[in-house]
Design a protein around this ligand. Structure first.
Ligand SMILES: *Cc1c(COP(=O)(O)O)cnc(C)c1O
Length: 407
């Protein structure tokens, strides 16, 4: 008997479909020998800015560069602290450290896995004090001034940005969106009475085009988006050795440019992104329909009235996540964990002095979350296969998830 298998992600099918377009990008680059920067990069920057409904887009080497350059250009300086969440990819905090700042964590909301705005407010009120000379919020934990907040739009759902912007405003902090998982995600701003695209909400935002992201390059790539012209100009300099023009360096920068082949490839794929995101939404709706009957055992992603998600990942929660994961693996179904160890408990961050129990929600989520197969070409029958196995496992072992009732 041939075993049915479901991959976690299929990166081959979409590239096979676009093979002609993609190879002609490569051919054009060979013919013009325009490999770094140039018209292909400018065209993509224009188109991606438009897609994000942001004024400016600056192509860079990868998402980590995008975050680091955004932080530096936004004025984050050595000696300061930046608030973010513990349940994100380490690139978020690497960028903060590499800008010379220290990450400080705020726990997340149990239902959305995104930054808990009440805890953010409490942190600034209770764990920080106002320096009377500068008016800045000083962290009691580190003695450093807090200069920015980096909310992460995790799994393709935007963080609750209105209150985050309000709090940032009240405490004079800059908001830098980590939109690396949220290409095309939208947030309904009650304050502005309109839907806003991820990447257009904070002061500046970072995107990754790592191959597995909703918009992926055939290699490394990233971008910064902003509505602030001066900030955009600074980032253009930072990504290219601080040059204002060739060999005139206003500042020291980095080698963080986007290459023309990746820009051409991204430009060829961008027209499909809306459709791919829609297919992810349909797949998410199908999972919900299939798994709803066991939603007291398996918590499903929460649909929010103020969010249009793009399902970079489809993450469920189970009391016996590891058991469920092995059961699915035995049935030929690949899954992932994003992420198994919250950043405050990683070896790399021992020096920050956090302990188990410091962020109970992020820690509980880390032990319960499981990412099911999710990609635009995921077929309904593959989803039935996944759901059948999830249900089979759950009806056998089914310990009720304490917090799943809200679904
Ligand atoms: C992918 C990702 C990044 C980093 O992007 P790279 O292109 O891999 O450098 C940063 N933050 C989050 C949340 C991500 O998912």
């Amino acid at each position: 008997m041939i075993k049915n298998t479901v991959p976690f992600l299929d990166l081959v099918a979409p590239h096979r479909e676009l093979e002609q377009d993609l190879t002609s990008v490569f051919r054009a680059a060979l013919q013009t020998a325009s490999f770094i920067g140039g018209p292909a990069v400018e065209r993509f920057e224009h188109d991606f800015a438009e897609f994000c409904e942001a004024k400016y887009c600056i192509g860079v080497g990868n998402g980590t560069d995008a975050l680091r350059f955004a932080l530096i250009a936004a004025g984050i300086r050595p000696g300061e602290s930046v608030l973010t969440v513990p349940n994100t990819f380490i690139a978020t905090t690497e960028a903060i450290s590499q800008a010379g700042a220290l990450p400080e964590f705020v726990d997340v909301d149990e239902q959305t896995s995104n930054m808990d705005v009440t805890k953010l407010h409490e942190y600034l009120e209770i764990q920080c004090y106002r320096d009377s000379a500068t008016g800045r919020s000083i962290s009691r934990r580190t003695g450093r001034p807090i200069s920015a907040i980096v909310p992460v739009h995790l799994y393709g759902q935007t963080a609750d940005m209105d209150p985050i912007l309000d709090i940032a405003n009240a405490y004079k902090l800059t908001v830098i969106e980590d939109a690396c998982q949220a290409h095309g995600a939208e947030y309904f701003s009650a304050a502005g009475q309109c839907w806003k695209k991820a990447g257009s909400i904070g002061k500046v935002a970072a995107f990754s085009f790592y191959p597995g992201k909703n918009l992926g390059a055939c290699g490394e790539a990233g971008a910064v988006t902003t509505n602030d012209e001066a900030l955009a100009q600074t980032i253009r300099m930072i990504r290219d050795h601080g040059q204002v023009r060739k060999y005139y360096h206003a500042i020291e920068g980095y080698n963080g440019r986007l290459d023309a082949i990746q820009a051409g490839i991204l430009g060829a794929k961008l027209p499909y992104l809306r459709d791919w995101n829609e297919k992810r939404r349909q797949a998410a709706a199908r999972y919900r329909e299939l798994l709803e009957p066991i939603s007291d055992v398996i918590a499903l992603p929460q649909a929010l009235s103020w969010s249009r998600d793009v399902f970079h990942l489809y993450v469920v929660r189970s009391e016996d996540r590891d058991g469920l994961r092995s059961h699915l693996a035995e049935s030929g179904i690949d899954t992932g964990i994003h992420y198994p160890i919250p950043l405050h408990l990683q070896d790399a961050y021992q020096h920050l002095g956090y302990r188990p129990g410091d962020f109970p929600v992020a820690e509980r989520l880390a032990s319960q979350i499981l990412s099911l197969p999710m990609f635009p070409t995921l077929r309904p029958e593959q989803q039935v296969l996944v759901a059948t196995q999830v249900i089979e496992f759950s009806s056998r072992s089914g310990s009720v998830l304490a917090t799943a009732a809200v679904n």
